[in-house]
Design a protein around this ligand. Structure first.
Ligand SMILES: Cc1ncc(COP(=O)(O)O)c(C=O)c1O
Length: 394
């Protein structure tokens, strides 16, 4: 069969690729610890599950409206008002099958061949592949480990030209767990405001998994309101990855156009998941706060444990549930007969020798790093680091 250029431009996600390899080894009976996936290990809180059961029992099993049930749109508008003092009407918000579909919808309606999308490093794996699918070109803006992965504002400015249609970033970030501060966001907002052809996609899916206090969003800058799309969802904050429910807010015409597109592809997101999300957004945030507390303890534990691994350079992430250490000090070295020259070599070595699955930094545009997810129980984290240490000090 011949497949389209469009799909041939898209690569398989290395995170999914790595976990498949880990699963295959597991199926062979190997005792694999996977620190490669981006999902909380907690179960969805009970009150949310109960809301889903009640929706099932009430027969909410028909096609929902393409852009989301009115009750969920209302809950989303209220959430923005309550938490960020932002006013959105239901016509300015939309519900999709995960934040992933929100982003894809926006890319497909804004980006076409010849267009450029500016993506600061390190970036979430899917951004550039979505740009590839849409036929656009990704332009990457470098970042440094030493600067805690802050966006290099002058490089960002230099990367923007008349062909730039979109800037996309996540804060808190996947993979580095870094946060953009108010000053950096203000500088980015200035660049956006000076380029009216530009839309900024602010991916705030890790908003609540923030160890520094209140989330700071670029949405506070009113002057870019007509050029801004905010992406969010229930996957990370409410341990609801499998429910596949995301949402976004943006200008009315943009939302209406995404609604048109989604209506021909997938229709409305799962109805039961939408009712569960109404409960998640309207209810008390205590279960989320508890999860965040555990993530913070695990982050601190991992930093302590990994300090004992010579050659691994670690910074202190401020949010999300990943570490993104620099591992390039191992490059050129031979470990147990294997020469390590890239983050992929490093991850393959660690998987084969330590039976621990990590994700190579190259998947996020920074080949000197690896991503370690600490969304796993403490005993697994301890065992994983002990094995990594043994494999690297052999
Ligand atoms: C930065 C970022 N954005 C979006 C998503 C997608 O989230 P969802 O599960 O809502 O599709 C992820 C998931 O890993 C992510 O890390």
């Amino acid at each position: 069969m011949n497949f389209t250029n469009r799909v041939n431009r898209v690569q398989e996600s290395l995170t999914i690729g790595m976990s498949r390899k880990a699963r295959e080894l597991k199926a062979e009976g190997k005792d694999i610890i996977s620190l490669s996936l981006g999902e909380p290990d907690f179960d969805t809180p009970d009150h949310i599950k109960k809301a889903a059961l009640a929706a099932l029992e009430a027969g909410k099993t028909k096609y929902p409206p393409v852009g989301g049930i009115p009750e969920l749109k209302k809950a989303i508008c209220e959430k923005f008002k309550r938490e960020s003092n932002l006013s959105f009407t239901p016509q300015e918000v939309m519900v999709c099958t995960g934040a992933k579909q929100c982003i894809m919808n926006v890319m497909l309606i804004l980006v076409q061949p010849g267009d450029e999308v500016v993506i600061p490093l390190p970036y979430w794996v899917s951004y550039s592949e979505m740009v590839n699918f849409a036929g656009g070109k990704s332009v990457f803006v470098p970042a440094k480990f030493e600067d805690e992965f802050a966006i290099d504002i002058s490089a960002l400015k230099a990367a923007v030209n008349n062909n730039t249609k979109v800037i996309i970033f996540s804060s808190p970030s996947n993979p580095a767990g870094s946060l953009l501060n108010k000053e950096q966001l203000s500088e980015i907002a200035d660049i956006v405001a000076m380029n009216p052809q530009l839309t900024i996609i602010s991916d705030e899916i890790y908003e609540h998994i923030n160890f520094e206090g209140k989330h700071i969003s670029i949405s506070q800058f009113e002057k870019i309101r007509n050029q801004l799309v905010i992406i969010n969802g229930v996957s990370k904050a409410f341990a609801m990855t499998g429910w596949r429910l995301g949402y976004m807010a943006g200008p009315k015409e943009l939302i209406a156009t995404c609604d048109k597109l989604q209506g021909q592809f997938t229709s409305g997101a799962n109805s039961i998941a939408q009712w569960a999300a109404v409960e998640a957004l309207n209810a008390d945030m205590k279960p989320t706060e508890k999860m965040v507390e555990v993530f913070k303890q695990r982050r601190d534990l991992m930093i302590e444990l990994l300090k004992e691994v010579p050659g691994m350079e670690i910074d202190v992430p401020k949010g999300a549930f990943y570490l993104f250490p620099r591992i390039s000090s191992f490059y050129g070295k031979m470990l147990n007969g294997v020469t390590i020259n890239s983050s992929l070599d490093f991850c393959n070595y660690i998987l084969d020798e330590a039976l621990v699955a990590l994700v190579p930094g190259v998947a996020f545009g920074m080949d000197d790093h690896v991503r370690i997810s600490y969304a796993s129980k403490e005993s697994d984290l301890r065992e994983a680091v002990s094995r990594i240490k043994k494999a690297l000090t052999q």
